[in-house]
Ligand binder design. Structure first.
Ligand SMILES: [Zn+2]
Length: 274
């Protein structure tokens, strides 16, 4: 069958067989045992193992699998169900360990839709977990800035906390296609930040228009979660940018906690390609 992916070397369509993807110009890419394809050319690889390391990938997979961020997943599913038709082509760019990608695919399928979905991430170690979540999705190690995608083929493109590659997103989306950009809301993990910092700041709430897109809506997601053990608290901490920049005293205060109740807050910025 024809893959959603294009050859990263020559841009030709890839034909997907059982264990290999091939283009007509004889470039070929193995499909790993877990089910993902490595489509990152050597010149786009900046270190030996770009992206998140394996331990953090496992921690994130375990944390998300417990459903702490299910309110965000559920809202994304509702949004994408209402924005897409019976046979949508959906890309999740910077999909991480695939919690949202797989959840959206399964929600669409359960609603009787026939989605074709691609999930890409720069990190091979994290994508191994993603590919195990859902065989019905095509997964590839690829750069968000050089997506292995044909022009104007996606109905929906999702970016959940990943870097923006707007030029690429515009190229890949069909005219009239939707771009969903998920960012943390002002009070996201406020109680966690109160433990980590003496003077925490709320996240800035921004409304940035992007060229080539019209702003459709900003969908808020607000909830409260309770983490009942230090392992989950630590896994959450590792998923945040604070993990890298918290003074030791703050990290020690958090490590002494055996439960934590915290607000979660997200904004889904919905754009439509002009
Ligand atoms: Zn090729």
């Amino acid at each position: 069958m024809t893959s959603l992916f294009r050859c990263p070397v020559c841009g030709a369509p890839l034909d997907r067989e059982e264990r290999i993807c091939r283009c007509p110009n004889r470039h070929s890419y193995d499909i790993a045992r877990e089910g993902y394809t490595y489509l990152l050319p050597p010149n786009q690889k900046h270190s030996a193992a770009p992206g998140d390391d394996r331990g953090m990938a496992a921690a994130r997979r375990d944390f998300l699998s417990k459903g702490y961020y299910a309110p965000l997943l559920n809202t994304l599913c509702c949004q994408i169900l209402s924005l897409s038709g019976d046979f949508p082509v959906i890309w999740d760019v910077g999909c991480g360990e695939g919690y949202y990608t797989a959840g959206i695919y399964q929600a669409l399928t359960a609603a009787g839709r026939s989605p074709r979905m691609a999930g890409t991430d720069i990190s091979k170690s994290i994508l191994r977990y993603a590919a195990r979540r859902e065989r019905g999705i095509e997964w590839a190690v690829a750069s968000s800035y050089h997506l292995p995608a044909a022009d104007e083929t996606a109905d929906v493109l999702l970016d959940c906390f990943s870097p923006l590659a707007l030029e690429e997103f515009r190229r890949v989306l069909k005219p009239g296609g939707y771009f969903l950009y998920v960012v943390p809301g002002p009070d996201h993990l406020w109680e966690l930040k109160q433990i980590l910092y003496d003077r925490p700041y709320p996240n800035e709430e921004k409304e940035t228009p992007y060229e080539g897109f019209s702003y459709r809506s900003i969908v808020p997601v607000e909830d409260v979660i309770t983490l009942p053990c230090q392992a989950d608290i630590h896994a959450l901490f590792q998923m945040t940018p604070y993990y890298w920049k918290t003074p030791r005293a703050g990290a020690e205060r958090l490590a002494a906690r055996d439960s934590l109740t915290a607000r979660i807050s997200f904004r889904i910025h919905v754009f439509q390609k002009l």
